[in-house]
Design a protein. Sequence first.
Length: 388
Amino acid sequence: MQWQLAERAQRMNPSVIREILKVTEKPGIISFAGGLPSPKTFPVQAFAAACATVLKNDGPAALQYAASEGFPALREWVANSLPWKVDPAQVLITTGSQQALDLIAKILIDKGSRVLVETPTYLGALQAFTPMEPEFVSIASDAEGIDVGDLRAKAQGARFLYVLPNFQNPTGNTMSEARRAALSAAAAQLGLPIVEDNPYGDLWFDAPPPAPLAARNPEGCIYMGSFSKTLAPGLRLGFLVAPKALYPKLLQAKQAADLHTPSFNQRMVAEVLKDGFIDRHVPTIRALYKAQRDAMLAALEKNLAGTGVQWNMPDGGMFLWVKLPVGMDAAALLPKAVERNVAFVPGAAFYSDSEQKNTLRLSFVTASSEQINEGVAALAQVIKANLP
């Protein structure tokens, strides 16, 4: 029997990060590779109590099929948590925010559609969009975010701009207030829709980031969020907020994909959230991640100062971005690093084109300070041994 694959299946690629995570299962590996929240932050006891309450008070409904839009109490919580006026009817609960990317791709991208992305951008978005056969257009970006001049030069005919303004994956950079204002004004003038992905926005260390792009132009944006980084990724709960005119098609794509996100998980999360739990819980995550960021910055300074290696200082989130001297290839360094029991993600995978091979992403949230010191020292030895 010969199975013939669809053309879109031929365009599907494995996640570089998930392939690297298989390597990190080797005993003794210190992994800075995965974008995994620290399990220390998972509110196990709160979910144990919520599980018992949901099953006791509403067990049959929690275990039954449910509405595709999502659990009403959770949709209302999402709408009320956002810093602009949102009707709960605009909120669609998704099976992780990765599904939101998939639904957006299905309803907005045709073969050859121009899709604008940051340089670099989130690998998972490239994976979700690629089967729809878009033409990716990379927009120049720096530490403050999108280069609005470059955006204006390349925006004609684009379906949308995909952007992560807060503690971006992979760079950890945050778009400045001035850049957000300029981007919002330019997008409105150009009639360019924006898909704003914000899984990390609550994980700020010293001060919250500026207001979302969606708050400035709600009709011109689809906004995405996640409970994976503030509660637990295993629940696979995310959401999107869409203009009312667009919502029905997203809902139809959701119905075709999986009927609905698990109703039991939604009810558990709604139960956990109902008494202000998130406001007490998230500060503990921020404190932990800030300490681990500081440990990694100190280790990088100790081991790589004066080598020509550059790195940033993220104001929140889970990642920092490293730039090696010109001529180095982070992918070629990875096997050598693994031999020394440390792993990272080469940066080339995060570029839609003109990949920069001398970059890499480090996650600081799942390793202890001791592991960070040991892992960065080992990584530094590999880098120094291969400097041009």
